[in-house]
Design a protein around this ligand. Structure first.
Ligand code: B3K
Ligand code: ZN
Length: 858
């Protein structure tokens, strides 16, 4: 498959002012008649032909201006038509087989209904079309089909007409906003809606609906409330008003990702719509609010202003992720949300940025765009825009985004357009800052400090490591929030922003108190790694006293990381092990009982860094050693602080169920306390977990208890797993949890368990949620995936090979776990590489998997 380059961008030779689509719907066969108005694009090079993209389409007929078409050829899957004049009307009929569409791209059947997914290049699986984001068209859609099968017919925009024809009925939808093909959507099925309405800031009433299967209706309240909160928030925070008379959300059970922002008709994975306390955890509730917000915010950042080409993906995704993060910060605990977002960034994006798949947030080339919906484009993309906001401050940043929306409304824009608008609107100079768009890799900052008299001299040295295709890098603009604490107990620290912009930056602090401790990169103001020599006492001090919640979390993490990395690297003497452990015990002990902390934040401070994050700290890591040391520390903490954990568990268990922060916090620390107890004293903890399971009146508690039990070889384990299954067997989203809990467990036989689960009658490769629940959970379970025998690697490679022909996009998502081999000890690295090679040697690979495997082999 060919590589496509950003530098080769050219505008399309034709414009597509109006597009009419007629669907004769059927699950096994759907006929699509596309009527396309085409006219020459005056600002593009003249062409005598038009290239319409297709992907596996059956062409039934083709007409140009009502007559047989003079010249047309197929070029691969694309249709190339000769056009002599300046404007024409093309009429194209294609035949689709939705039930046979296992890729879940284009028009497909799910659970008896029909739905679409077009981003990035799925529209070409519906009809021949210039399937690129810079070709905007106004869509009118007519669909007809059996009323019994598809009582509800939905598309983008507003419904303009409908009627009946015997057993069949039809509906017509018109979307007044010109859009690219990737935002097209259609849904037909037996659905019911929770309806509500929203009055916008200028007083327009919008009809809201969340469409689901009948039995799921009681679980839609949270989604609807989240939507209304998102609509209000976007008006208040970004001045963005909704622009159609209705907004529809549809929940679909077979979906490749989380959700899709189709204009006026968002299609969602059921996982991000359905919730009630009995079946969804607090984490699920937060996830739903965040994703509903994200897709809604795309209406402006993505739909009204879209991307010129797919290299600009971060224009809409980075910005929209930032918008959903700020929304969630405002709806709940801002510090906890920030910590969670940083944790995701560092456990997913940092490894990507230091591995074979590293790419800038605006990539320079790709073979398959689906592979670039990455944590780099999304989450690092959001961090880059967040830095602009930090440097400008929220008010000036808002001036920048106002200007961006005003300047580019209705256009297909570039990342450069965005940066220019922020630069002009916020009054920032972002010349050098633009390097964040072109350079991959996580910058490293080394800090040295020297004291002379009252002065403290800080020297920051930055370095951006080489990444594939980028050997040398330029210094970046890095805004670091800092504060100096006086351990002697003087004035409270004042925060200031230090902006690094060269390889070496010196900062002098006058009148630095003698015991000063520097708190650095507060709020994680820049997505970088910091290396500095800091005394354990100073970290412990910050872990207990820093007034920036993120910095406090970070100090606690650093304290643990320092110890575990030394312990796993074998460079630690017995004495210093004891000292390090004691310091951690003391700091955590203080956290457990600090009554100035709320429980949501306490829970964050109780979390140990993940094995993935720990592995990232080492050039070459032995996952088994790291895992063992991490578990040993957990057991040590559980034993030394046993009474405190039990007391905390008891206190939290007494808090009755509610959805407020206090009750959510109580549930969070409850299951964390249980996990520490389980590490120290499994037998005793089995009883605690059993009790928590029995008393649970919500999924958060029940899942927390089952997770603890699942890691312990005990009779209770089997009984509770059985009970859980029986209780929830009609609910696919909860059965997904049942698979995931077992696949991510600490049980010694987890590999055997996963093998057995793959043969369970409820397991299927056809449903992406189910595949992820078993295998993503397993690939993220270091002690199973990195089993010394290599069996974990083999299982993931077998899965990729089996899934690739069915669902290439989902299959390719598993490749990065094997791609980390260069940073792993040689024996395992060899086995991982061999599995990648085995995949590469398979006779017929999708473009998705082929690209990921070859890049990973390097
Ligand atoms: N824009 C979609 C992602 C589409 C992924 C296609 N492979 C969802 C989102 O980011 O909001
Ligand atoms: Zn998005």
């Amino acid at each position: 498959p060919a590589e496509i380059f950003r530098k080769d961008y050219k505008p399309f030779a034709w414009r597509m002012p109006n597009t009419f689509l007629d669907f004769q719907l059927g699950l096994d066969e759907t006929l699509v008649t596309a009527t396309l108005e085409v006219e020459r694009n005056p600002v593009a090079e003249v062409s005598r032909t038009i290239r319409l993209n297709g992907d596996g389409l059956e062409l039934v007929s083709l007409h140009c201006d009502g007559a047989d078409c003079e010249g047309h050829t197929m070029d691969g899957d694309d249709l190339v038509i000769s056009l002599s004049g300046d404007s024409h009307t093309l009429t194209i009929v294609t035949r689709l087989a939705p039930s046979a569409n296992s890729q879940l791209m284009g028009l497909y059947a799910s659970n008896g209904m029909l739905c679409t997914q077009c981003e990035a290049e799925g529209f070409r699986r519906i009809t021949f079309f210039p399937d690129r984001p810079d070709v905007l068209s106004t869509y009118t859609v007519r669909m007809s089909g059996p009323k019994a099968l598809f009582p509800i017919l939905l598309s983008n925009g507003n419904r303009t007409d409908s009627g009946e024809e015997g057993e069949n009925h039809w509906a017509e939808w018109h979307d007044p906003w010109p859009k690219p093909s990737y935002l097209f959507a259609l849904v037909a099925g037996d659905l019911v809606a929770r309806v509500d309405s929203f009055t916008t800031m200028s007083g327009r009433k919008v009809d809201l609906a969340v469409w689901v299967r009948d039995e799921d209706l009681p679980r839609t309240e949270h989604a609807m409330e989240s939507l209304k909160r998102a609509m209000t928030w976007d008006e208040e925070t970004f001045g963005r008003e909704y622009d159609l008379d209705c907004f529809n959300i549809v929940a679909v059970s077979d979906f490749n990702m989380g959700a899709m922002e189709n204009k006026g008709l968002n299609v969602f994975n059921t996982k991000y719509v359905l919730a009630d306390p009995e079946t969804a955890t607090d984490g699920d509730y937060d996830g739903i609010e965040g994703v509903i917000g994200h897709e809604y915010f795309h209406n402006w950042s993505g739909n009204r202003i879209t991307c010129r080409d797919w290299f600009q993906l971060s224009l809409k995704e980075g910005f929209t992720v930032l918008r959903d993060q700020l929304f969630s910060q405002d709806m709940g605990s801002a510090p906890v949300k920030r910590i969670e977002d940083v944790r995701v960034l560092r456990s997913v994006q940092f490894p990507e940025d230091s591995g074979p798949l590293a790419h800038p947030i605006r990539p320079d080339s790709f073979r398959e765009i689906s592979n670039f919906y990455t944590a780099t484009v999304y989450n690092k993309g959001a961090e880059v825009i967040r830095m602009m906001r930090t440097m400008a401050g929220p008010e000036r940043f808002r001036k920048g985004t106002d200007l961006y929306f005003e300047r580019h409304d209705g256009e297909a824009a570039t990342c450069e357009d965005f940066v220019s608008a922020i630069e002009d609107g916020a009054g920032l100079d972002l010349k050098q800052f633009r390097l964040w768009y072109s350079q991959a890799g996580t910058p490293r900052i080394k800090l040295d400090s020297e004291r002379s008299g009252d002065k403290l001299e800080l020297t920051f040295r930055q370095e951006v490591p080489p990444t594939p295709g980028q050997d040398t890098k330029q210094p970046m603009v890095i805004p670091l929030k800092t504060a100096l604490f006086d351990r002697g107990g003087g004035e409270p620290a004042k925060e200031s922003l230090v902006v690094l912009d060269s390889a070496e930056t010196k900062v002098t602090i006058e009148d630095a108190p003698e015991n000063a401790v520097l708190s650095l990169n507060r709020g994680f103001s820049a997505p970088v790694r910091i290396e500095r020599d800091i005394a354990r006492e100073d970290l412990a001090f910050l872990a207990m006293h820093d007034d920036d919640p993120f910095a406090r979390y970070e100090a606690m993490q650093d304290l643990v990381v320092g110890h575990l990395v030394e312990a796993a690297g074998g460079t630690q003497g017995d004495n210093s092990r004891t000292e390090a452990e004691d310091a951690i015990v003391q700091a955590l002990g203080a956290i457990l009982t600090d009554d100035r902390l709320d429980d949501l934040m306490r829970g964050e401070l109780m979390l140990l860094p993940s094995v993935t994050y720990l592995m990232e700290q080492l050039l070459i890591a032995d996952p088994a050693l790291i895992h063992a040391e991490r578990e040993a520390l957990k057991a040590k903490l559980g034993a030394s602080l046993g009474d405190s954990f039990k007391a905390l568990h008891e206190r939290a268990a007494a808090v009755p169920f509610a959805m407020d922060a206090a009750a959510k916090g109580a549930r969070k620390v409850k299951s964390l306390a249980l996990a520490y107890c389980a590490a120290a004293d499994p037998v005793r903890a089995s009883q605690m977990a059993d009790e928590q399971y029995d008393r649970a009146d919500n999924m958060t508690d029940r899942q927390g208890a089952l997770m603890a039990l699942c890691g312990i070889d005990s009779p209770e384990r089997t009984a509770r797993l059985l009970d859980f299954y029986e209780r929830y067997k009609g609910n696919p989203l909860v059965i997904d949890k049942w698979f995931a809990i077992q696949a991510s467990s600490l049980h010694p036989q987890v590999v055997e368990h996963v093998k057995a689960l793959a043969d369970h009658p409820d397991f299927t490769l056809k449903n992406p949620n189910r595949v992820r629940s078993l295998y993503m959970a397993f690939a993220g379970n270091p002690h199973g995936f990195h089993a010394a025998s290599g069996e974990g690697y083999r299982m993931i490679a077998d899965l990729i090979l089996a899934l690739d022909p069915l669902n290439a996009q989902t299959a390719a998502r598993f490749v990065p776990s094997l791609g980390r081999w260069r940073r792993i000890e040689p024996k395992r690295a060899g086995m991982m590489q061999a599995e990648l090679q085995r995949i590469a040697d398979a006779p017929k690979l999708s473009r998705d998997t082929y690209e990921q495997v070859t890049r990973s082999l390097g």
